[in-house]
Design a protein around this ligand. Structure first.
Ligand SMILES: CC(C)[C@H](C(=O)O)[C@@H](O)C(=O)O
Ligand code: SF4
Length: 760
């Protein structure tokens, strides 16, 4: 009998292509692509003469940059998007999907929407699959029992080229939520509460399995909201074992296994994925549902949560080490300790995002409006407040309109928009102005997240609706009165009514088998290895920092993600802290604006969880461009860490006591040297060096400047064998959902090119 395994163990094991020295190579079943994190990946692919290996397992859309105004006059992205950088990224994606033959949902397609909404909607996301996307909220898809995680742009290129990724195994963590939720409390409250308990670094290095009776009772939409925010808890991924609720949700979706024998086989496999009795978890957390009430954030990190009936905390409530962060957050948020949360006034309300942009979220907001009116409460958006509702996809919008939700919203004074990421991050024109305060259904309240200087409070859709109506944060239960569990008389429709029937526009692609014209794997590895600078000794000034949870939005905010290049971001590094929001002038006290740190080639941070949050590889690119090749910290965000390695940079984890010493050296402006060959940090004035150990394979790659796409391609035969097995054991995973009957789907051999667009 083999040892009992967790859901994560099982999905991981079923995707191992190769396991040897260094990381394990995992096969990737599903790859979602959007315009922000892909241009450099396609460019890299083209430069190396590589093709997309599995066009049939790749799905692209535009979401982050697009305006959410009416598309009535939409003709093309080129004429529709006013802002030049945003337009360039979207146009680039349209060109890339044509060039590489990918399925693409553009702005004139009602299936377009936020990547994490459209994947599940189409049945592209399935239980037991590996799902990746150049986006940290890929964790959303774990709600289906998929192993789904965010990756950086270099990894996007890796997956496009090889359909595989080298992956180290994460720890198993289980969070059990048990019991019945109180009326008026929903999945967003659960996940905010959880992050408040475990902290934004609580899941670092782990995959979280959400379990327990409370989770089992949740709908797929609610499960997605929870898994979505696992990344805010620092985890590599979040997962929930698939069950009847999952199967019901998936049945009949365009890319789900076909009804009949294939469906039955798939369901039997999916059932087998649940964690075995007695499976071991490295970390266990228990949460009681009854402890959760509607929850909101007060600060600039998703862990800064308070129950709505609480008040703004005081720095002295926190351990000494955290007080600096708390003070800074309160200043930024313009809040006074002791203020009841319910007295905080808002200027804007935002509904949407990959956390809460689904049909259920829209219904939940509409119910609050209906109940409030019936109970004699406010029935319109409060005076002076602007409230916008942005459905997560064109299909969500269509369904909401068919249910009459748009009418309810419009009547109450809400602005009803088109699908996209919108003010979740404000890469499009939907942004907060400096010091504007927003009640938001999104997932991140980082400084400047929704607009430079803007202030974000995260909460559930029902709570945002309540705040929009009253003009201040409000316990939604007060507006709902005894109507909390009523359905509000809404007309609920079935999703299936809105599904686009399977259309087939591509002629059968019998075989994309072609003669090999590209470089051999060894040549490719050699050619690629020339691309990364070797890391041996990096000597120089080190910039000292002390903050905890320095997120990648802080390292490089959204307005700089619109580039098509990997270079030129150095001047924008730490932009929010480095420059005055209003004048753009340098803030003289900020460390990188001071001598000698303006010339730093190292960074020492004593706070944990450096580089948490978004998957943007722009963060290491900006550090690199500034001249910093190595960051030392107690711990790192998982995706940031990988992204550093992919750029020949060293994210070095060191014990706190060593970091304190190095911080003092750095602050004194003394030079340090990181000697990778001998695994030590050399300190000034003959003080004993700080030894360290990093993974042997990583070290080898850094010392030799090796690019691992080339290394992966050396396992080409194993990849092909895996694909053959996949077709036999899990036939529904070949991208045949949109294909014609009998159409054969074949991987593109390295160096070959699929000429035809693969419309599933
Ligand atoms: C643009 C992308 C890299 C980013 C992410 O990875 O999360 C974005 O979606 C975000 O929410 O910050
Ligand atoms: S978190 Fe916001 S910006 Fe990122 S993918 Fe989700 S909706 Fe888009």
């Amino acid at each position: 009998m083999s040892a009992p395994r967790t859901l994560y163990d099982k999905v991981f094991d079923d995707h191992v292509v190769y396991s040897g020295e260094g990381d394990t190579l995992l096969y990737i079943d599903r790859h979602l692509v959007h315009e922000v994190t892909s241009p450099q990946a396609f460019e890299g692919l083209r430069n190396a003469g590589r093709k997309v290996r599995r066009t049939d397992c790749t799905l692209a859309t535009v979401d982050h940059n697009i305006p959410t105004v009416s598309r009535k006059n939409f003709k093309s992205i080129n004429s529709f998007i006013v802002e030049a950088d945003s337009r360039a990224q979207c146009v680039a994606l349209e060109e890339h999907v044509k060039e590489f033959g990918l399925t693409y949902f553009g702005m004139d397609d009602k299936r377009q929407g936020i990547v994490h909404i459209i994947g599940p909607e189409q049945g592209f996301t399935l239980p037991g699959t590996t799902v990746v996307c150049g986006d940290s909220h890929t964790s959303t898809h774990g709600a289906f029992g998929a192993l789904a995680f965010g990756i950086g742009t270099s990894e996007v290129e890796h997956v496009l080229a090889t359909q595989c990724l080298p992956q180290a195994k994460s720890k198993n963590m289980r969070i059990r939520v048990e019991g019945k939720l109180a009326e008026g409390v929903n999945s967003k409250d659960i996940v905010l509460h959880i992050i408040g308990v475990i902290g934004t670094a609580g899941g670092t290095g782990a995959v979280i399995e959400f379990a327990g009776s409370t989770i089992r009772a949740l709908s797929m939409e609610a499960r997605m909201s929870i898994c979505n925010m696992s990344i805010e808890g620092g985890a590599r991924a979040g997962m929930i074992a698939p069950d009847e609720i999952t199967f019901k949700y998936l049945k009949g979706r365009p890319l789900s296994p076909r009804d009949g024998e294939e469906w039955d086989k798939a369901v039997a496999y999916w059932r087998s994925l649940a964690s075995d009795e007695g499976a071991k978890y490295d970390i266990e957390v228990e949460i009681k549902a009854e402890d959760i009430i509607p929850t909101v954030t007060w600060g600039t990190s998703p862990q800064d949560v308070r129950p709505i009936l609480g008040s703004v905390p005081d720095p002295s409530d926190f351990p000494e080490a955290q007080r600096g962060n708390v003070k800074r957050s309160l200043e930024y948020m313009g809040l006074v300790p002791g203020t009841p949360m319910e007295e905080i006034k808002i200027d804007k309300a935002f509904f949407g995002s990959c956390t809460n942009g689904r049909i259920e979220d829209m219904r939940s907001a509409a119910r609050v409006i209906i109940a409030s009116e019936k109970n004699g409460g406010p029935s319109k958006v409060a005076e002076g407040v602007y409230a916008m509702i942005v459905p997560g996809s064109g299909l969500v919008k269509q369904q909401a309109e068919a249910e009459g939700l748009d009418v309810i919203f419009r009547k109450a004074g809400f602005d009803w928009r088109e699908a996209g990421c919108s003010m979740c991050l404000g890469m499009n024109p939907d942004q907060l102005k400096p010091q504007e305060r927003c009640a938001s259904t999104s997932n991140r309240n980082f400084e400047g997240r929704q607009g430079a200087g803007g202030r974000t409070h995260l909460m559930s859709p029902a709570m945002v609706a309540a705040a929009a109506l009253t003009g201040h944060l409000t316990d939604v239960r007060k507006l709902m009165g005894n109507r909390i569990s009523e359905d509000g008389g809404l007309k609920i429709t079935e999703y299936a009514d809105y599904l686009t029937p399977v259309t087939v526009s591509a002629p059968p692609v019998e075989a994309t088998e072609q003669t090999e014209s590209g470089p051999t794997p060894v040549q490719a590895a050699a050619a690629a290895s020339a691309g990364l600078p070797k890391f041996n000794i990096v000597r120089g000034i080190a910039a000292p920092m002390w903050e905890a949870n320095i997120d990648t939005d802080k390292i490089i905010p959204k307005q700089f993600l619109k580039t098509l290049l990997r270079t030129g971001l150095g001047s924008a590094l730490f932009w929010p802290a480095r420059y005055d929001v209003k004048t753009g002038a340098e803030i003289p006290e900020f460390v990188l604006n001071r001598e000698p740190f303006k010339h730093a080639s190292l960074l020492v941070c004593t706070g944990p969880n450096f580089g948490c949050g978004s998957s943007r590889e722009h963060a290491p690119w900006a550090l690199n461009d500034f001249g910093i090749r190595c960051v030392m910290a107690p711990s790192f965000g998982d995706i940031f860490k990988n992204n550093c390695f992919k750029n020949g940079m060293l994210p070095l984890e060191l014990p706190q006591s060593d970091l304190e010493n190095l911080y003092k050296d750095a602050e004194a402006g003394l030079e340090l040297a990181v000697d990778l060959e001998n695994e030590q940090v050399i300190r000034p004035n003959g003080q004993p060096p700080v030894p360290f150990k990093i993974d042997a394979f990583r070290r080898h790659c850094l010392l030799n400047g090796l690019d691992d796409i080339g290394l992966t391609l050396q396992h080409r035969e194993l990849i092909e064998n895996f694909e053959e097995k996949r077709t036999t054991v899990w036939p529904w995973l070949d991208g045949v959902g949109y294909a014609k009957k009998g159409q054969k789907v074949v991987a593109v051999p390295v160096g070959g090119q699929a000429k035809k667009k693969m419309e599933w």
